[in-house]
Design a protein around this ligand. Sequence first.
Ligand code: COA
Length: 159
Amino acid sequence: MIAVYPGSFDPVTLGHVDIIGRAAKITNKLVVAVLKNSSKSPMFNVQERVETLREVCLGIRNVEIAAFDGLLVEYARSIGANAIIRGLRAVTDFEYEFQMALSNRMLDDNIETLFISTNAQYSYISSSVVKEIARLGGDFSQMVPKAAHIKLLQKMGSM
Ligand code: COA
């Protein structure tokens, strides 16, 4: 199975890393795909987010990092992926994720969305919370991989 794990990854968190590791075990190839034109205004540009993910996933043999824009199902088709991976942290994620999964199924019935539950220890983490703690000078080292921690500290220093 070739799968795509899409997201903003602004920045990648330990919750995302957990999902990537779990998804990589059950797929032949996993493409972690960074959304280029999100409605969110990102702290890191696409290039920076791709680079951080590459560093973080270096040791995982069947994982590739890419960027995409436009419709997710079209991107999935273009790389021969037949599955979309999404992480579920808590029941509150479900409604939004279910709506996306059904919309994507309406657009392409041959691409299945698979949900993986996040390790409970990361279920409270989100990229926005990480950025807020970073902006306010708090310790977020337990929430992100080392490469993202360094890049966030550098970004804070240059702001
Ligand atoms: N651990 C930690 N955090 C997690 C997580 C996990 N396992 N899973 C999700 N999150 C967090 C993210 O950090 C992010 O937090 P934030 O809102 O504070 O930034 C939030 O959950 C959701 O972000 P993400 O998973 O990156 O998804 P998204 O909602 O930004 O983007 C896409 C979702 C990219 C899949 C979707 O926008 C998309 O497909 N876009 C393309 C256009 C398209 O095809 N549209 C039609 C389909 S509906």
